[in-house]
Design a protein around this ligand. Structure first.
Ligand SMILES: Nc1nc2c(ncn2[C@@H]2O[C@H](COP(=O)(O)OP(=O)(O)OP(=O)(O)O)[C@@H](O)[C@H]2O)c(=O)[nH]1
Ligand SMILES: [Mg+2]
Length: 305
């Protein structure tokens, strides 16, 4: 950076439908795992900041839940998080799964974003799974729906096109301060991140409705130089879901524990002691107090009726 070049910075909301690859993109751009990733839709439940520093610029990415029609209070809160993030942005990165057919859900998502009239860049993701010529009609369709400033084909997984994303973002950002010190790359507490990493393994090891009906409450979290002690409850909604999660002879919960511990030890080295238990909490997805305790939603705000 030369002296006469201003510092550029701003908040960039990464939005799109569930499973489009928002969290994969944020992790790839930040260069660290700040958000969990699974093949199941509606994995991300709150806003997670990931900070990218470049010479002369700081991009504060906001990973958000996927845009969907909410059926529970949890999902209403998730959608509120999406709208708040779009409202607070300097730029929107609207990400779509280019390997899937365009449908009603995509239209719903574009319409939601366009209500806010943000500056926006379209990212056509998962091009590692797409024949390139099929991208053109999709780009054409999106270009007619909203005046995107750029349309960029990418693969968040293989990192193709990501430098171009950063360039387009920096170009669109205003002059501004360095919002975060350059060694800070997320706003999540270590405790919350620990819960998320456990939840990732729960989702990866369960099927059907269980990923949606589970949450992780970290009951104890103690970091020591030699050992990090974590005690957490996996919440389910019904008594009948408990044995599914525990598995025959405790096999599934044991596997979740082993995989979670391996992941946690990367973040909290050298050793993690992890104790998991399964707890039935009927209707937790609609219970405002439980949602607040789980860290879903913002402090000091009630969830709307
Ligand atoms: N082939 C391929 N798969 C990808 C790519 N990006 C993401 N995925 C996969 O798509 C799935 C969903 O990725 P996520 O990053 O969790 O998607 P998300 O948009 O954050 O999803 P929600 O949090 O549920 O809204 C995962 O299985 C990823 O590995 C890509 O560029 N190519
Ligand atoms: Mg996500």
């Amino acid at each position: 950076m030369t002296d006469n070049q201003p510092f550029k910075s701003g908040f960039v909301a990464v939005v799109g439908r569930p499973n489009a690859g928002k969290s994969t993109l944020v992790n790839a751009l930040v260069g660290a795992k700040v958000a969990i990733v699974t093949p199941v839709a509606q994995t991300t439940r709150n806003r997670i900041l990931g900070v990218v520093n470049r010479p002369g610029a700081q991009i504060v990415l906001m990973d958000t839940p996927g845009i969907h029609r909410p059926l529970h209070r949890l999902n209403e809160q998730m959608m509120r998080t999406v709208r708040d993030s779009i409202e607070e942005r300097d730029l929107v990165l609207f990400i779509v799964d280019a390997s899937a057919r365009f449908g009603k859900g995509d239209e719903f998502a574009v319409n939601l974003v366009s209500q806010f009239r943000p500056r926006a860049v379209l990212l056509l993701n998962k091009i590692d799974q797409v024949r390139k010529p099929s991208l053109l009609p999709l780009m054409d369709r999106y270009a007619k729906l909203y005046p995107f400033e750029a349309l960029i084909p990418i693969s968040a997984l293989s990192r193709e096109g990501l430098e171009e994303v950063l360039k387009a973002a920096i170009k669109a950002l205003p002059d501004g301060p360095r919002y975060f010190p350059s060694d800070l790359y997320t706003d999540q507490s270590e405790r919350f991140l620990a819960g998320e990493l456990i939840r990732e393994k729960v989702i990866q090891q369960t099927r059907e409705e269980l990923p949606y009906a589970t949450a992780v409450a970290v009951e104890e979290f103690q970091v020591d130089s030699a050992l990090t002690r974590i005690r957490a409850s996996i919440l389910v909604e019904k008594e009948s879901q408990k044995p599914i999660l525990i598995g025959a002879a405790g096999g599934r919960i044991k596997l979740i524990g082993t995989e979670a511990r391996r992941e946690l030890e990367k973040v909290f080295p050298p050793k993690v002691f992890l104790h998991l238990q399964v707890k039935v909490e009927p209707g937790w997805r609609n219970d405002r107090a439980v949602l607040a305790r789980l860290g879903y939603g913002r402090e000091g705000e009630g969830t709307p009726e």
